[in-house]
Structure formats: structure tokens, C-alpha cells
Design a protein around this ligand. Structure first.
Ligand SMILES: Cc1cc2nc3c(=O)[nH]c(=O)nc-3n(C[C@H](O)[C@H](O)[C@H](O)COP(=O)(O)OP(=O)(O)OC[C@H]3O[C@@H](n4cnc5c(N)ncnc54)[C@H](O)[C@@H]3O)c2cc1C
Length: 431
């Protein structure tokens, strides 16, 4: 009996750390390595619930890990965060994309920039990032404890006390880097923090419509899209005026098997994450396939009526639109494949210009964008000190990564949030 008590005490003693990080994901590893590097004397542990950490890093960017984005001006960088735009400006002045690149390159990970600004390891493999993190954690003797699920968080005197599925852990400082995880959010609520309700962000739109049927893979370089306002009151809670939203985007569009995807859609899904959830992902969008005003388009098609008089409309795709999409829009304009430009009445020309610039589609659900998806929602930003990423409610409690109410559009910005928060928290934790 005496031995058992002693043994338990010994184990407990062993589970005492200076710093504990809950979550062995992007932010957790980045923070642990930086804390250890700044202050090698600290005893640091990562408690990770799964058998292997970094699972999102592994699958990120289609297995290539889009680590950050080649945007080096903080004021521009923040524009990619529907939630967190204001709060991240200060932190980005401390640690942003250029610092990320330097950090990885110093540790032997070379990065490259793609045409659209996304940055990846030159190896094109997320394993390079994982190997870097694991070797750095080992070098600095960070205890990475896998299969350790944290089930309760309490503050006892001046120490954090964490109950896991294995045993009890205590630490002086605690960093929560658990990503979007409802169970941890409940525990954080128990500590007095508010949680903005989580909803998905970065999803594609499900659309069943003859105009895009059977043409998956067709892409348009630059469209503009707006979400039409909803006239129906939702649950009687908000007036129509409250619900008028200004959701518009521009960029590439991709027709998929289930509807529409690519940046023009993903941006809407991010900026509209909350509104579209309220509408249960049932709404209408207006697509301008050629990104020209209706009137300008009408002038062009009027000219074409004369210039291409003897040609069939069906076979003479215009505005650099892919042939298959053009033909779908011509059919939707109530023409037959034999219709010649010369046959078009003013009404026909207007109908065609309408399909090209103001095509309305009904969205009836969402699908996962497999390259990257995130959750909008998390710890209320008002309760975090963005100079340190420390809780404003509890001393020695820090947050980093997706656990806070920050999320970004696709392109490497979500990881940048994790690196920035983790780095700044690490600076303060290691002091
Ligand atoms: C398919 C996919 C692809 C993506 N691709 C990209 C991309 O290319 N570029 C980009 O910028 N973003 C990408 N993202 C988003 C990005 O992965 C996240 O924003 C980022 O991983 C957040 O980092 P994090 O450390 O906050 O959370 P996570 O990486 O999710 O890590 C949280 C960790 O905490 C652990 N955990 C949770 N609860 C507990 C608990 N109670 N006890 C112990 N451990 C716990 C989890 O197991 C997990 O390992 C992608 C997301 C997905 C899903």
C-alpha cells in the first residue's frame, strides 16, 4: 500500500511540467518548439489525444501542405480573414509570412511560391513539415504524449490541473491548441470564456441545374458572384432589413459533379459562413460568367449579330468562355443549335446577355472542399490579449490556432494564423 501511494506520487511528480500544450497539431508543435528553443530549461509536454499528431498537416493542401501565402504586407494579409481581420493586424506585425518562410528555411525546409501565391515545401510533401516538427521536438526534448485525451481543465492554486484518460498532469502555464473541437470548447466555457458558435467554412455549393449538368471540370478564369438576399424571415428572429447581406466575390470558378467550386465560391462560403448556415445552405446566387456589366455585354452581342451574322451562335463561343459552358448558356437562352447570329431579335440578345451576366442558380446544400476546410467560430476574440495570445480572464492560459474564433479563406492563411498565434504565445510563455 505504502509503495502504491509512493508510486502514484512519483508518477504525479513526473507529470508536473512548466508548460503543457493541449493538442499536437500545427499550432501545438510550432509553439512547443519555439518555447523550448527560447528557454531550454523549461519542462514542456504536448498532450495529444490521437496516436499520431499533426494529422491535419498531413492531409493539408492535398498532401502537399500549403504552409502560407506570399503576401508580405500585414494590411493586405489580414484581408483574408473573415473572422480575425482586425485582431490579427498587430500580431502580423510581430510574426507573419516572411518570418514563417525564414523559420522553416532555417530548419532545412525549402519553400516555393506557386503562381497564385500559395506556398508549399519544395518537396511537395506535407511529410517534410511533419519530419521537421518531430525532429525539432526531439532535439529540444519536448515530451510528446500521444493517446492522451484531456477531459478536464482546472486551476488549483497557481497551477493548471489536467485530467486525461491516463492520469493527472499539472503545469504552471497552459496553451490550448486543440483546433476546432467542441469538447474542448465546452471545457473552456467552464473556465468562463465565451464561444462563438461553430459553423463550417470553406465549402463548395451543391447546385442541380441543366446549365452546369455533365460538364464537370469546366473552369472559368474570372467570374463575379453574389448571394441574393433572402426575403423570408428566419425563425421570426430577425427583420428582413437585418438580414440584408452584401456577399459578393470574384475569382476563378470550377464546375464540379455536385455544383460549383474554386476561389469565387470558397470566398463566399468563408465570408458567408454564418449567414449561409442560418439559411440552412439553401439560397440563390447570381453568376456573372464574363465579369462585365449587362449593358456592355449587350453591346458586344449586338455587334456580334452583324459581325458573325451567318455563323451559328452555338458554335461561336465568345468572351473566352469554355465551349461547353457557352453552349449550355446558349441553350438556356432558348436558342437551338442551328440559330444564327443574324436570326437574333433584341429580346434574344438580351436573354443571352442575361445568361452571361446575371445567371441565377439555386444552391441546395454544401459539400466538403477536400483540399482545405475549417470551422468558423471558437473562443471569443474579445477575451484574448493579441499582444500575447493570453486569456484576458486567466493568467498563464494561452490559445493559438483554430481554437480561437479566427478563420481564413483558402490559400495557406489558416496555417499562418496557427504559426503567428503559436509563435507569439511562445515568446511570452518562455519568459
Ligand atoms: C483537409 C484539410 C486540408 C487543409 N489544408 C490546409 C492548407 O493547405 N493550408 C492551410 O493554411 N490550412 C489548411 N487547412 C486548415 C488547417 O489544417 C487548420 O487551420 C490548422 O490545422 C489548425 O491548426 P491547429 O493546431 O489550431 O489545429 P489542429 O491542426 O486541428 O490540431 C489540433 C490537435 O489537437 C488535438 N486535440 C483536440 N482535442 C484534444 C483533447 N481534448 N486532448 C488532446 N488533444 C486534443 C487534435 O487531435 C489535433 O491533433 C486544412 C484543413 C483540412 C481539414
Amino acid at each position: 500500500m505504502f509503495y502504491n501511494v509512493k508510486f502514484t506520487q512519483f508518477l504525479r511528480h513526473m507529470n508536473q511540467y512548466d508548460v503543457i500544450i493541449i493538442g499536437g497539431g500545427a499550432a501545438g508543435f510550432f509553439a512547443a518548439i519555439n518555447i523550448a528553443e527560447q528557454n531550454p530549461k523549461l519542462r514542456i509536454a504536448i498532450l495529444e489525444r490521437s496516436k499520431e499528431g499533426l494529422s491535419k498537416v498531413k492531409v493539408s493542401g492535398g498532401g502537399r501542405c500549403n504552409i502560407t501565402h506570399a503576401e508580405f504586407i500585414p494590411q493586405e494579409l489580414v484581408k483574408n480573414y473573415p473572422r480575425g481581420e482586425k485582431e490579427l493586424l498587430g500580431p502580423f506585425h510581430q510574426f507573419m509570412t516572411g518570418d514563417t518562410v525564414e523559420w522553416f528555411e532555417k530548419r532545412g525546409v525549402e519553400l516555393k511560391i506557386e503562381d497564385d501565391g500559395r506556398m508549399f515545401p519544395v518537396s511537395n510533401s506535407s511529410q517534410t513539415i511533419i519530419d521537421c516538427f518531430l525532429s525539432q521536438a526531439k532535439k529540444y526534448k519536448v515530451d510528446v504524449l500521444y493517446s492522451h485525451l484531456v477531459i478536464s481543465i482546472k486551476k488549483k492554486k497557481d497551477r493548471w490541473q489536467l485530467e486525461t484518460n491516463h492520469s493527472l498532469f499539472t503545469s504552471e502555464k497552459l496553451l490550448i491548441a486543440t483546433g476546432s473541437n467542441s469538447k474542448i470548447w465546452k471545457l473552456v466555457e467552464g473556465l468562463g470564456h465565451n464561444i462563438s458558435e461553430p459553423v463550417p467554412s470553406l465549402f463548395t455549393f451543391d447546385i442541380k441545374d441543366e446549365r452546369i449538368k455533365d460538364i464537370p471540370g469546366v473552369a472559368v478564369k474570372n467570374v463575379s458572384i453574389k448571394v441574393l438576399n433572402d426575403s423570408s424571415p428566419i425563425q421570426g428572429e430577425m427583420s428582413q432589413r437585418d438580414r440584408v447581406v452584401n456577399l459578393e466575390s470574384e475569382g476563378p470558378l470550377l464546375i464540379t459533379h455536385s455544383g460549383m467550386s474554386a476561389p469565387a465560391i470558397l470566398k463566399l462560403s468563408a465570408y458567408g459562413a454564418i449567414e449561409l448556415a442560418v439559411r440552412d445552405y439553401k439560397f440563390q446566387i447570381e453568376v456573372n460568367f464574363i465579369n462585365l456589366p449587362f449593358e456592355d455585354c449587350l453591346e458586344v452581342v449586338k455587334t456580334l449579330k452583324h459581325d458573325l451574322a451567318k455563323k451559328t451562335v452555338f458554335k461561336s463561343a465568345q468572351f473566352e468562355l469554355p465551349k461547353r459552358l457557352w453552349q449550355k448558356l446558349v441553350i438556356a437562352s432558348k436558342m437551338v443549335p442551328e440559330t444564327r447570329w443574324a436570326d437574333l431579335s433584341r429580346f434574344d440578345l438580351e436573354t443571352l446577355a442575361n445568361q452571361l451576366t446575371k445567371a441565377i442558380f439555386t444552391v441546395n446544400g454544401k459539400s466538403t472542399f477536400k483540399e482545405e476546410f475549417v470551422t468558423a467560430g471558437g473562443i471569443d476574440l474579445k477575451e484574448i490579449n493579441f499582444k500575447t495570445f493570453e486569456s484576458k480572464l486567466h493568467q498563464n492560459l494561452y490559445f493559438a490556432g483554430e481554437v480561437i474564433n479566427v478563420d481564413a479563406v483558402t490559400g495557406g492563411f489558416n496555417f499562418q494564423n496557427a504559426w503567428t498565434g503559436a509563435y507569439i504565445a511562445a515568446q511570452h510563455i518562455s519568459k
